[in-house]
Design a protein around this ligand. Structure first.
Ligand code: ZN
Length: 163
């Protein structure tokens, strides 16, 4: 993958990442490459007001990489999602994306931490207002993300277990 896939620009919401070319649904866009850490390390390292950590497993978080992958914003109606497999976090398109569109994923697809939530500024007509844990999403949306393969496996396991 070339860096031409991704363009970083300043917006009124802060930095954001835009598609550098047309991308087809299902296409791989980029890898998330931050360092992994444990829950304990996460709790001492992250800044709750500017949290760039992702939870990828019960006791495994990915910290910020310092690259474009830190800057992909949340959206309640996203055009991308994260696939975690074999220790690698891949960001893929979940629908066709036009060159110049802002790239996003739904942060709730990685969240199950009972407590941390974030006010949402995505501006989509379907905006939920607050970004919360996956378990709080409507069941139909949970199923949609799970069938697209863009929910962290540790969360899918819990959802399956609770039904
Ligand atoms: Zn929103």
């Amino acid at each position: 993958m070339g860096t031409c896939n991704l363009i970083i620009r300043d917006t009124e919401k802060g930095k954001a990442v835009f598609a550098g070319r047309d991308i087809r649904a299902g296409e791989f866009i980029c890898e998330f490459t931050g360092p992994f850490c444990s829950m304990e390390e996460y709790l001492s390292l992250h800044d709750p007001c500017n949290n760039h950590y992702l939870q990828v497993d019960d006791d495994r978080f990915m910290g910020p990489s310092g690259n474009a992958d830190d800057l992909i914003n949340h959206c309640c109606n996203p055009n991308g999602g994260l696939v975690y497999r074999d220790g690698v976090v891949r960001y893929i398109a979940i629908r066709d994306i036009r060159e110049g569109e802002e790239l996003s994923f739904d942060y709730s697809t990685t969240m199950d931490e009972d407590g941390w939530e974030m006010e949402c500024l995505c501006g989509d007509p379907d905006c939920r207002g607050v970004v919360r844990d996956f378990k709080h999403l409507p069941a139909s949306l949970q199923e949609k993300y799970i069938s697209l393969g863009v929910v962290m496996p540790y969360i899918v396991k819990k959802v399956r277990h609770s039904r």
